[in-house]
Design a protein around this ligand. Structure first.
Ligand SMILES: *Cc1c(COP(=O)(O)O)cnc(C)c1O
Length: 554
């Protein structure tokens, strides 16, 4: 006998297959599995302390600060954007706003992201599938031809970079489709565009009658759990589509998490992480062609690779045994695997599982956020790379000094600070030194294979000497006097503080001696000599894994 629920339910609901998402596999894997199956960002958001959300109150239906931040991020006006619970929710919103059950249709490419079809079927809308061309390339002519004589195609979805194949669609082709199908709304899903070099059509979408661009903070900004995305289109379309949303769609903690993530001081780190994921994507693509199980590798514009493999079932059971999660789509893409790019260490484990030897040694890097009432700082260092170097403290002379430390120290440094400069430069200067010292200390780890060094450096008439012992014990000595009170916005008295902060946070002895006539030269000589001394101290000695101490610990 059928149950009451089954008798009352809409036939579309009963016909609907369960959502095809990576989470289906949760039960089969432990919580410690290596998760390379859902195109999440492996790095959790940088945030300290509890999220400051007043959850006793209803949230704003469209939180104006977040809407403004996302609009600024994507280069449009706030009224051209509606914030949704992830891009998934934007798809659902569009389908419910535009497709009449039993009458209207959507168009999709095949294969593509499954949510378009799912939400359309849920709404009782027809789904017209247009197969992708050879090599999964998008053919604008083919797409238009397939839809030209179809009545009531309200929405046509184009995903670029496409999930799961990674193929990108030239924006000119999207505009060509929009022009050829003026009675259809073209929905361009740019969920992965941050990982590609293709330009966005967000600004075009805000101006045109029939183009919507979807964005999400889930992938590039590491916020998959917060569920924040948006749809961008002309303001009238946005206002109509938003009527299909529930009254308070966006939970306050998610809004706060998104605001913290989009804070200006965090952007340099996001860019660094995206660059890191892209570099790993290219490294893996290069290595996986040598795998005995991989037939072909598609390195597209997303944070994932699309692989054709010899025996998908055998691979699936091997990976399951090893606790490595990747994505198989036996129906939509048989014989293929979508591999999300994880951290370097996770990727190395995945490479071995694919039978690829790789000898990447652990990278000495650290990334940290330090937030106080006075300053919000994010810093990333990589001692095994020279670039990028980007320092944004808000104090130009100090930017230059910290850049000198990284340049002469020969390490990559990304540091940004949003500080209370309206009071004075003191907090920003000191806190940046603490944050940088802590990051260096973290990156040095156990301090194996590194030495104790010093460096003396002339700069015109000035001369500075810096001695460092990465001893594990802070000690600071500073011999030197400055005549001027400031160099630009930088107070000269801070130099001594900065080196004391370095020595505390790096747990190191740092001795600085400086003399000369010109304060600018003297200050710069201190920072350069510090960088030079660090360069020697942090360089791994060729074949030594020894701790440079008879005590066996530093
Ligand atoms: C992950 C993904 C989305 C959905 O992202 P959320 O914002 O997390 O809902 C949308 N489109 C594509 C192509 C995706 O892969």
């Amino acid at each position: 006998m059928t149950s009451l629920a089954a008798r009352l339910a809409r036939p579309e609901i009963l016909d609907l297959k369960p959502f095809d998402i990576a989470a289906e596999a949760n039960a089969a894997f432990g919580a410690d599995a290596i998760k390379l199956d859902a195109n999440e960002n492996p790095y959790p958001p940088l945030s300290s302390g509890p999220l400051a959300a007043a959850i006793n109150r209803y949230p704003e239906p469209q939180p104006h600060r977040l809407r403004a931040s996302m609009a600024a991020l994507y280069g449009v006006e706030p009224d051209a954007l509606v914030v949704t619970r992830g891009a998934d929710d934007a798809i659902d919103m569009l389908v419910r706003a535009f497709c009449r059950p039993g009458i209207d249709a959507i168009a999709i490419t095949a294969p593509t992201f499954t949510a378009y079809e799912h939400f359309a079927r849920l709404q009782g809308a027809r789904v017209i599938e247009v197969p992708l061309a050879k090599n999964f390339d998008f053919s604008a002519d083919g797409f238009v031809a397939a839809l030209t004589h179809q009545a009531d195609v309200k929405l046509a979805f184009i995903c670029s970079p496409n999930n799961p194949t990674g193929n990108e669609v030239d924006p000119a082709l999207v505009l060509q489709v929009a022009a050829a199908l003026p009675q259809t709304i073209i929905v361009l899903d740019e969920a992965y565009l941050d990982f590609s070099d293709t330009p966005s059509l967000a600004v075009e979408a805000a101006k045109r009658a029939n183009l919507v661009v979807l964005k999400t903070l889930s992938k590039a900004f590491g916020l998959a759990g917060a569920r924040i995305g948006c749809a961008i289109a002309n303001p009238e379309l946005v206002a109509i589509a938003a009527r299909a949303l529930p009254p308070y769609p966006l939970p306050s903690p998610s809004v706060e998490a998104a605001m913290a993530t989009l804070a200006p001081a965090r952007q340099a780190i996001h860019q660094d992480r995206i660059a890191r994921i892209k570099a790993e994507r290219d490294r893996l693509a290069g290595l996986l062609v040598a795998s005995p199980i991989v037939k072909s590798v598609r390195n597209g514009g997303g944070n994932f690779l699309f692989l054709q493999v010899e025996d998908a079932e055998a691979l699936a059971s091997k990976l399951r045994a090893l606790g490595i999660r990747v994505r198989f789509r036996p129906n939509a893409a048989p014989g293929a695997v979508r591999l999300t790019i994880g951290t370097e260490a996770e990727n190395d484990v995945a490479l071995s599982a694919f039978g690829v030897r790789n000898q990447s040694r652990p990278v000495r890097r650290a990334e940290l956020a330090r937030d106080t009432k006075e300053t919000k700082i994010a810093v990333a260092v990589n001692l095994d790379r020279s670039l990028p170097r980007r320092v944004m403290t808000g104090i130009p002379f100090y930017d230059h000094m910290l850049d000198q430390v990284a340049a002469h120290g020969d390490f990559s440094l990304v540091l940004s600070c949003d500080g209370d400069l309206e009071i004075d430069a003191h907090h920003s200067i000191e806190d940046c030194a603490i944050a940088l010292g802590s990051a260096l200390s973290q990156a040095l780890g156990e301090r194996r294979g590194i030495g104790r060094f010093g460096f003396a450096l002339p700069m015109d008439e000035a001369e500075a000497q810096v001695l460092i012992d990465l001893s594990g014990r802070p000690f600071s000595r500073f011999d030197g006097k400055f005549e001027a009170s400031h160099i630009g916005a930088y107070p000269t008295e801070m130099t001594e503080h900065v080196f004391r902060s370095f020595s505390d946070s790096m747990r190191s002895a740092i001795h600085v001696r400086v003399e000369g006539g010109n304060d600018h030269h003297k200050t710069e000589a201190c920072f350069k000599a510090f960088g030079r001394a660090l360069r020697q101290a942090i360089r791994p000695e060729a074949d030594s894994d020894m701790l440079p101490s008879t005590k066996g610990i530093l």
